[in-house]
Design a protein around this ligand. Structure first.
Ligand SMILES: C[S@@+](CC[C@H](N)C(=O)[O-])C[C@H]1O[C@@H](n2cnc3c(N)ncnc32)[C@H](O)[C@@H]1O
Length: 332
């Protein structure tokens, strides 16, 4: 699991319990239903104003405030309650997989980049292990918080850039970190971000990407089913309960890795998909391993017997592919 925090309290039985819906939200939901049922080419934005469909990518709804995850405003808003909204890989990584890579690959002579740094959770450990650190993010609000959080650290420079656009110019780095950034559903945004990072990696460098695991999301669904059965629920009811949430969110696109987290369709990756995705591109996969989290990141009060395997993200270590690094981009 990852990227965003679920915010509904969980009793074990049924699916992730739906949150209480306020009257305002009910009215908004009715408006949305109506807009959908009349096939009106429009939707509702975060401020509840009506927007036309052509300004909303692929006609999808993007998250609780209907801002799109590729918009700066979406991430600026997440900054209002970052710890409440955004899952912290740094704090939840049971085996310190990410920090171990940073320590192993770090050196005072080298430069690191945190691409999509958010409020800078990983910046102190990067600053400690590398000579210089470049902190890049789309959101000026999150960058301002990162600066504030790291104000004693003088080897960090900050840059506001949209990594998904062509022509971004930054200094090159020896080690690039990108934690839960390439998670938007539109492929061209994700590929744009990865291509930009690849262009800013030195030939001897490494990119460590952390991305949500689709296997883990499906495994957590099975865990819930199993939990319900263990709690005395009949199999049919347990299946219906676990499917209810998926059906309520209209998640037909799970086959493309779209899993809703806190109402936001978020790209999840299969291990084999990651291997195939990077084959023939500018970067070679060195290793793919799990970043494991506790079951508390999925369920509010998991029972004591619920132990490993734990939910996880994928940590993908990549290095420039010597023969094709400079000439090849991943196709959008
Ligand atoms: C889920 S947060 C993760 C933040 C951080 N890596 C962490 O682990 O706390 C995703 C981050 O990616 C940034 N982001 C999203 N799209 C981006 C883009 N096109 N260019 C640069 N940063 C982007 C967001 O502003 C946000 O800070």
């Amino acid at each position: 699991m990852s990227a965003f925090k679920g915010d509904c309290g969980e009793e074990p039985i049924l699916a992730h319990q739906p949150c209480e819906i306020s009257l305002d939200n009910k009215i908004l939901q009715m408006c949305r239903q109506w807009l959908k049922s009349t096939k009106t080419p429009a939707g509702l934005y975060g401020d509840n104003s009506i927007c036309s469909m052509d300004v909303r990518s692929e006609g999808r709804y993007y998250g609780k405030n209907e801002l799109r995850t590729m918009d700066e405003r979406y991430w600026d808003k997440a900054g209002e309650d970052y710890d409440g909204e955004i899952f912290s890989v740094l704090e939840q990584d049971r085996n310190e997989v990410v920090c171990s890579y940073i320590r192993r690959l770090g050196s005072g002579e080298l430069t690191a980049g945190d691409f999509g740094c958010g409020v800078g959770k990983f910046l102190p450990v990067l600053a400690e292990n590398f000579g210089r650190v470049l902190a890049v993010d789309l959101s000026s609000e999150l960058l301002a918080q990162a600066r504030e959080n790291c104000k004693g650290l003088d080897n960090i420079t900050y840059a506001r850039k949209d990594l998904s656009s062509d022509g971004v110019k930054l200094e090159t780095v020896d080690f690039a970190l990108s934690v839960n950034v390439a998670i938007m559903m539109p492929r061209k945004i994700r590929v744009g971000i990865i291509n930009t990072i690849a262009r800013h990696l030195r030939k001897s460098g490494h990119l460590l990407m952390v991305v949500p695991s689709l296997e883990s999301a499906l495994f957590a669904d099975w865990r819930l089913l199993d939990w319900n059965i263990n709690s005395g629920m009949g199999y049919d009811r347990a299946v219906a309960a676990s499917l209810a949430e998926v059906e309520a969110s209209g998640q037909a696109s799970i086959r493309h890795g779209a899993v809703e987290i806190d109402g936001v369709p978020t790209k999840h990756y299969l291990k084999e998909e990651l291997e195939a995705f990077f084959a023939d591109g500018p970067l070679d996969v060195v290793s793919i391993e799990k970043v494991e989290y506790s079951w508390k990141t999925e369920f509010e009060s998991p029972p004591k017997w619920m132990k490993g395997p734990y939910p996880w993200d994928w940590a993908v270590l990549l290095k420039p592919a010597a023969s094709r690094f400079e000439s090849v981009k991943i196709k959008v």
